[in-house]
Design a protein around this ligand. Structure first.
Ligand SMILES: [Zn+2]
Ligand SMILES: [Zn+2]
Length: 113
């Protein structure tokens, strides 16, 4: 009974490697796509779409009330107050004024339209 066995060590190493890869993958992907876009002469932020999807409502412009709290608490509340029942209510996204997107700050400069 002395050291860790080779298989244990290998398992640990692979686990760490997988963890690192999982964490690093989105960053690497974002970096590559950004450099690709700039090499193509496209906007780094929006890829020439001239808009950026709202992260709060995911580009829809509406937010389901349940999603805001991560539960159906408000739904239950409305139901008990004689509201619209168990229907999920949607409210306008205040973050993007219900547009679902913002104009890209890099593309929407007054001079270039
Ligand atoms: Zn842009
Ligand atoms: Zn929004």
């Amino acid at each position: 009974m002395d050291n860790i066995t080779a298989s244990e060590l290998a398992g640990f190493g692979v686990g760490t490697l997988l963890l690192c890869a999982t964490i690093a993958a989105p960053k690497i992907d974002a970096f590559i796509s950004a450099s690709q876009r700039s090499s193509l002469g496209m906007c780094k932020r929006c890829g020439n779409l001239r808009m950026i999807a709202c992260s709060r409502c995911r580009g829809v412009g509406l937010i389901k009330e349940g999603e805001m709290l991560g539960s159906n608490l408000i739904d239950d509340m409305y139901e008990s107050l004689g509201g619209e029942g168990s229907k999920v209510r949607s409210i306008s996204c205040t973050y993007c004024q219900a547009r679902g997107h913002f104009s890209c700050p890099d593309c929407s400069k007054p001079t270039s339209v």
